[in-house]
Design a protein around this ligand. Structure first.
Ligand SMILES: NC(=O)c1ccc[n+]([C@@H]2O[C@H](COP(=O)([O-])OP(=O)(O)OC[C@H]3O[C@@H](n4cnc5c(N)ncnc54)[C@H](OP(=O)(O)O)[C@@H]3O)[C@@H](O)[C@H]2O)c1
Length: 249
């Protein structure tokens, strides 16, 4: 059942073949948006788009490995050709590859691999789609982040974040937070840009150790993607009532 409140709007969600991204794509499509379901793997992406689409719900697979500049540009060209604009970009694709290692064991290679996806991928996709987002009446960018990237929490010995020690993953999300603020400043009055933590969600990323479902995790990212009040430059997570609460940078 779609409410069609956002009918006619166009969204791209990266890394949307599974996990939180898939649920975000499903919800945005249920709001009446045309959703480009970004996935790096052709088959996984097509199957997910097929499963989510149909019955008046418009979900279209687009191959986007966020580390592949040619694919990103081809995706932007496709959306431009189809609609001439993008209303919502959700930078969701992300990896964590160092579980079980302590910070002093993480290699430069692990750092590079993580930053390629979680940081440079966000910049590459955002840059490619800014011209299309500018053509929206209310363009918005939602970046998936984590309290593990909060310098305030990493530096607080009383907060459990300070004991996690994921050198590559946490620092990549710190960079995402900084990138969010810098884009929000640069695009203010035109495109909103926010960082959001989905909470600790059971997905492949954390070997299903999270306590929340993907439905719960998608709640706030979707709310920001639908954003009517034009919040920008914020870093938010859901509080115990499910309401948006500020996460310290
Ligand atoms: N789960 C949590 O508790 C949690 C907490 C805070 C933040 N987050 C963030 O939420 C986002 C989604 O995570 P998740 O938990 O849903 O993880 P997930 O289930 O592992 O899904 C990650 C998605 O990213 C895709 N991806 C990986 N590398 C990619 C690349 N180079 N190009 C395009 N897509 C790529 C994966 O595709 P493949 O299937 O092809 O690998 C998959 O679709 C991430 O940014 C993560 O950091 C998650």
């Amino acid at each position: 059942m779609t409410t069609q409140r956002h009918a006619g709007e166009v969204a791209l969600v990266t890394g949307a073949n599974k996990g939180i991204g898939r649920e975000i794509a499903r919800r945005l499509a249920a709001e009446g948006m045309t959703v480009y379901l970004g996935a790096r793997d052709d088959q996984r992406g097509r199957i997910a788009a097929q499963e989510l689409g149909g019955d008046g719900v418009d979900v279209r697979f687009v191959q986007v490995d966020v580390t592949d500049q040619a694919q990103i540009e081809a995706a932007a060209k496709q959306v431009d050709g189809d609609f001439g604009r993008l209303d919502v970009l959700v930078n969701n694709a992300g990896i964590g590859i160092e579980w079980g290692s302590s910070a002093d064991e993480v290699t430069v290679e692990q750092m590079r691999r993580t930053f390629e996806v979680n940081v440079f991928g966000v910049v590459a996709v955002t840059r490619a789609f800014i011209p299309l987002l500018r053509r929206s009446a209310a363009g918005r960018v939602v970046n998936l982040s984590s309290p593990l990237g909060s310098l305030s929490l990493i530096g607080d010995p009383d907060d459990e974040v300070s004991s996690v020690g994921l050198l590559a993953y946490s620092s990549s999300k710190t960079a995402v937070n900084s990138i969010t603020q810098l884009y929000a400043n640069a695009l203010r009055g035109d495109i909103t840009v926010n960082a959001v933590s989905p909470g600790f969600v059971a997905t492949d990323l954390n070997h299903h150790r999270g306590q929340l479902s993907t439905g719960q995790g998608a709640e706030l990212p979707v709310r920001l993607a639908l954003d009517a009040d034009r919040t920008t430059g914020a870093f938010l997570q859901a509080d115990h009532r499910g309401e948006p609460a500020v996460v310290p940078w």
